[in-house]
Design a protein around this ligand. Structure first.
Ligand SMILES: [Fe+2]
Length: 339
């Protein structure tokens, strides 16, 4: 039983030395941007006050925001952690509980933020497939534009010890594993985790914790766009604006999303996605090999497989060390109950 159950990711927070350069990129990426109190905010169309924050400073990742279901839940969390509930002095107001996870990441749990009327998204036009043709006497005409971001969907954090971080996030926020990724049989590398929304469908993943070699940090944050046409128009727009592509377009295996990754001017990776999987709390966790993590069902291969990016330093020795550690554990305890 977790302390509370969070309902979704709320925002990601970065620092950057040039807010106008960040703003120009985020607007090309499809966010509605504004500045307030010396910070830059990006919002989607869902009426939430912000999904992306940039503070002035040396470029780095600062925090991930999670949304609690109620102010009462924030009180429960604060009491359990022995910390205070603070006013959230940002657009939309509300309250916040600030925590630090086992790797030193700031986690900002928010509730009670004001919500405005959602802005309209481009309409889905009926899709004529080979078996069903609902679009009759209607053409498809699309306006070139940046993608339309509706909301933030997930963040991927590198962690030093997956099991420690997994327990920390699950104990407090009620995350459920959708897919655990294995470096080798029974050697976990990380997991795609979703929110426990009971019978309500939840995104396949809201948080992915990945135990990978190299420096800690956020691997990417992801934002849902209107639909496939919108994602492709967004790709075209970012390409025309000479922004730096990272990976895509393609369809993932875990989560099934159609994805498109880009880098902001400070090296942070952001993802557009559409058409992801949904599950309820009743759906059991799955295990997946590491090969499924970066493979695609169709589309652009990951730059590492396309030869554009060398494997992260230490990846092979890291996997070997994990395997050895597990073998030793297993020898000590053949029932395998301590792994
Ligand atoms: Fe992603």
């Amino acid at each position: 039983m977790s302390t509370i159950r969070i309902e979704d990711i709320a925002h990601v927070r970065y620092a950057a030395p040039d807010l106008s350069a960040m703003r120009a990129f985020l607007e090309d990426f499809g966010m509605d941007c504004f500045e307030e109190g010396g910070r830059l905010y990006g919002r989607g169309s869902d009426g939430r006050p912000f999904v992306h924050v940039t503070e002035p400073g040396e470029a780095r990742f600062l925090a991930v925001g999670l949304r609690a279901e109620s102010l009462a839940d924030l009180e429960t969390l604060a009491a359990s952690e022995g910390v205070a509930v603070a006013d959230l002095d940002e657009p939309g107001g509300g309250k916040v509980v600030r925590l630090t996870d086992p790797d030193g990441y700031r986690v900002e749990v928010v509730a009670g933020q004001a919500k405005s009327e959602p802005a309209p998204l481009p309409a889905d036009h009926p899709f004529n497939s080979a078996t069903a043709k609902p679009r009759l006497r209607r053409t498809v005409r699309l306006d070139p534009a940046p993608a339309h971001i509706k909301r933030i969907g997930h963040a991927v954090l590198k962690v030093r010890d997956f099991r420690t971080s997994e327990k920390w996030y699950k104990d407090r926020f009620g995350f459920i594993t959708s897919d655990e990724v294995e470096a080798a049989k029974d050697v976990p590398l990380g997991a795609f985790m979703r929110c426990d929304r009971g019978d309500k469908p939840a995104d396949h993943h809201t948080l992915f914790l990945a135990q990978l070699p190299g420096e800690l940090g956020i691997l990417h944050a992801a934002f849902e766009v209107a639909n496939l046409d919108d994602l492709m128009l967004g790709h075209q727009h970012l390409k025309a604006a000479k922004r730096q592509p990272a990976w895509g377009v393609g369809r993932h295996i875990m989560g099934s999303q159609i994805f498109d990754y880009w880098k902001d001017p400070f090296g942070n990776e952001l993802e557009h996605w559409t058409d992801g999987d949904l599950f309820t709390a009743a759906d059991p966790p799955q295990k997946q090999p590491m090969s499924a993590l970066l493979a695609v069902q169709w589309g652009a291969p990951h730059p590492m497989f396309a030869g554009k990016l060398p494997p992260p330093p230490g990846l092979i020795s890291f996997v070997t060390a994990l395997q050895l550690r597990l073998k030793r554990l297993f020898r000590r305890n053949p029932e395998g109950t301590t792994a």
